[in-house]
Design a protein around this ligand. Structure first.
Ligand SMILES: [Zn+2]
Length: 688
């Protein structure tokens, strides 16, 4: 493609059944935002398009489980997700949602066009049906045994254990997720997109046409799908949540969520264009437009095979120029998981690290899963913040601004004669816009960020070598030149950091006072302008750009994850099998009473034991209890408890224990008292 006239950049539509976490940010949204901010800074016409994916079965199941409507679920999470994107500076031109009327209309029209052109196959097949719920069961509505690996909890669209993509009718011993009933088979009609008809087109377009410029992970996955042979794929579902099928016989059916979701990019563009008074069609139908989809690797098949086949079938749309999908980000060595709460949630991060969005953007980019799965660790997060952002970038800027204020009351000094090192340094700075741009344009954002940091390193080293704080004592003119050069580097950093660290860039620009008086520089100015910050320009006072993150802060995050891990282990713990049957007589031998703990102290030299004085209603007695790892003595005084009072006394570390307090365990492994549900139950009452 020649230089494009305009860009349409889309990001995978997040699914609105939960908030988003660092994996989403690292894989899709931060790289897309870097790309778009760079394009804007270099004067390009860009539409940055996103939105929420609000249809599909998991949302209806979540709604059912929570006793609310699907609309309630999507309203809640759409708002949370949209806010997270705003908070982290993801600079969408439009963020829409697939429940919006404009999307229903656009997707519906798209289907009708394909249907009228004869691009679908209509077929009546037998599908699983739940008689009691009076509903067909597809996708997540049905579970059963995976025919491939024997996993008993496979879903109707996929086995999560072995990753096999399934049809609901493939499952052995299928069970309805709605009622638990065994489903019956019932005939139903569906519309299929015959992907096999597009094999030659896809081979030519991707396998030949994009062999060199698409990422190997994306190219490889597409190739293996095509090599396996493509089959017709149903684009409709028997469901009542979604976009009704606009065709005869479509009653009670909706478009498959994966058919309607990518059309969401088009409807979101329409929404934006209408608001901004632009022509949306130029962004989707003009060959001079470059279309780029940012997605995670789980969406490759939809964006490289199914959606392009849909666009091709429609006939008037352009195809993506690139689909730079990322691999997955793991967290502390384990797969990110919503259901296991193994994640760093964005709203939570912001609460715990207020104002530090750029630190997360930085770490996720420096460690982005561009070519393989990567691991986010809190130690690495801390090290990158402290050793890179604070020690290099922040330190350089702070020195420049503090010294300029100290020596020249914040006015950029007039330089005298440049030495060779000054000339070389300024020439190197001028090369950075192209160096960074070349990495960004090839979707190598880690590399690009590293080059930005090399510019900060250059500044840091220049200042450390030139030592203006020493030179000022003997050569004031030389000091002015040094500070002038350092200020030019600081200004270049303010501009070139914007795609990566937008909040920091903003702060730095305001510190250098380049926003207010119209001396703000564009990306290319850094290469072409002789001067970025002219002599005589007044800058502002120093403000810390980054601050050191202490060990305790990191430990608190690790503790939180450890608690999640324990809770998961507890949830997965097998329930003990039932013990041998006892007679009623056996039971009546146990004398169990309600009591109250009156006093408690630690047993000397015993980690687990507390010595308690318990009012059993019969008497006040000493009981030694193994609860010291879960409770401090102060915490248990006054607690209502259940006591087995006729247990034979026994000596523990020389203290005679006269009974036993009944305990159980919480999900995170902490002991829990078993006590009466009503505070008025008197001590001494029997439990029977
Ligand atoms: Zn399986």
């Amino acid at each position: 493609m020649n230089k494009p006239k305009r860009y349409t950049v889309t990001t995978a539509l997040p699914y609105t059944n939960g908030p988003i976490h660092i994996g989403h940010l690292a894989g899709v949204y931060v790289p897309a935002d870097i790309y778009v901010r760079y394009l804007r800074l270099t004067g390009n016409d860009v539409a940055f398009i996103g939105g929420s994916d609000e249809h599909g079965v998991p949302i209806t199941i979540k709604a059912k489980n929570e006793g609310v409507s699907p609309q309630d679920i999507v309203d809640k999470y759409h708002a949370i997700i949209k806010k997270s994107f705003e908070d982290f500076g993801i600079s969408y031109d439009n963020y829409s949602r697939t429940s919006a009327p404009i999307h229903h209309e656009t997707a519906s029209e798209f289907f009708k066009t394909l249907n009228e052109k004869g691009e679908f196959i209509e077929e009546t097949t037998e599908q699983l049906f739940d008689e009691q719920a009076n509903q067909f069961l597809a996708d997540r509505f049905v579970t059963g045994t995976c025919p491939k690996c024997g996993n008993e909890e496979a879903y109707g669209d996929q086995c999560e254990k072995c990753g096999t993509s399934l049809n609901a009718t493939d499952l052995i011993n299928p069970k309805s997720a709605l009622t638990g009933n065994v489903p019956t088979l019932k005939e139903t009609k569906h519309w299929f997109l015959p992907l096999d008809r597009y094999e030659d087109f896809l081979k030519e377009w991707i396998l030949v046409g994009h062999k060199k410029d698409w990422k190997p992970n994306v190219y490889g996955q597409v190739k293996s799908w095509i090599d396996d042979g493509l089959r017709p794929r149903a684009v409709t579902r028997d469901l009542d949540w979604g976009i009704p099928v606009p065709a005869e016989g479509g009653e009670g059916k909706v478009l498959y969520v994966w058919f309607d979701a990518p059309i969401g990019y088009i409807s979101s563009t329409k929404e934006w264009a209408a608001r901004e008074g632009k022509d949306w069609e130029a962004y989707w139908k003009d060959n001079d437009t470059k279309l780029v989809h940012f997605i995670g690797k789980d969406n490759i098949v939809f964006h490289c095979i199914i959606f392009p086949a849909m666009l091709k079938a429609e006939g008037s749309y352009i195809l993506p120029d690139n689909v730079p999908a990322n691999e997955f980000l793991n967290l502390e060595g384990n797969k990110l998981s919503t259901s296991k709460n193994w994640a760093v949630w964005l709203p939570e991060y912001l609460k715990e690290f207020p104002g530090q969005q750029d630190v997360l953007r930085y770490v996720l980019t420096a460690n982005a899963p561009e070519t393989k799965d990567n691991d986010f660790t809190w130690k690495d997060f801390q090290a990158r913040n402290n050793n890179e952002l604070v020690a290099i970038f922040g330190n350089f800027i702070n020195r420049v601004v503090v010294l300029t204020n100290k020596y020249y009351e914040g006015v950029v000094p007039e330089p005298s004669e440049f030495e060779q090192v000054d000339e070389d340094t300024l020439a190197t700075v001028k090369a950075y816009p192209d160096v960074i741009a070349s990495s960004i344009e090839r979707y190598r954002f880690r590399e690009a960020l590293n080059e930005l940091m090399n510019l900060a390193r250059l500044g840091n080293k220049y200042l450390a070598d030139a030592e203006p704080w020493k030179v000022i004592k003997e050569d004031e003119e030389r000091t002015k030149t040094i500070m002038y050069v350092a200020l030019q580097i600081a200004s270049a950093l303010a501009t070139l950091s914007e795609p990566f660290l937008p909040f920091t860039s903003e702060k730095l620009k305001s510190m250098l006072n380049v926003t207010s008086i119209g001396v703000e520089t564009s990306w290319n100015d850094v290469s072409t302008n002789e001067v970025l910050l002219p002599a005589g320009h007044q800058i502002g006072k120093a403000e810390l750009l980054f601050s050191k993150i202490e060990d305790e802060t990191i430990q608190a995050q690790l503790d939180k994850l450890e608690a999640s891990k324990k809770a998961n282990e507890a949830a997965n713990k097998a329930v003990e099998p039932q013990k041998d049957t006892i007679t009623f007589e056996d039971f009546t031998k146990l004398d169990i009473r309600v009591g109250t703990i009156l006093e408690a102290e630690k047993m000397p030299k015993a980690k687990k034991l507390l010595v308690l004085k318990v009012d059993t209603g019969i008497d006040v007695r000493t009981i030694v209890s193994g609860i010291a790892e879960s409770f401090t003595p102060e915490e248990v005084v006054g607690k209502r408890v259940t006591v087995l009072v006729n247990l034979a006394p026994r000596a523990l570390r020389g203290v005679e224990s006269q009974g036993m307090i009944l305990m159980t365990e919480s999900a995170d492994g902490k002991l829990v008292f078993v006590n009466p549900d009503d505070a008025t139950v008197a001590n001494g009452l029997q439990i029977s």
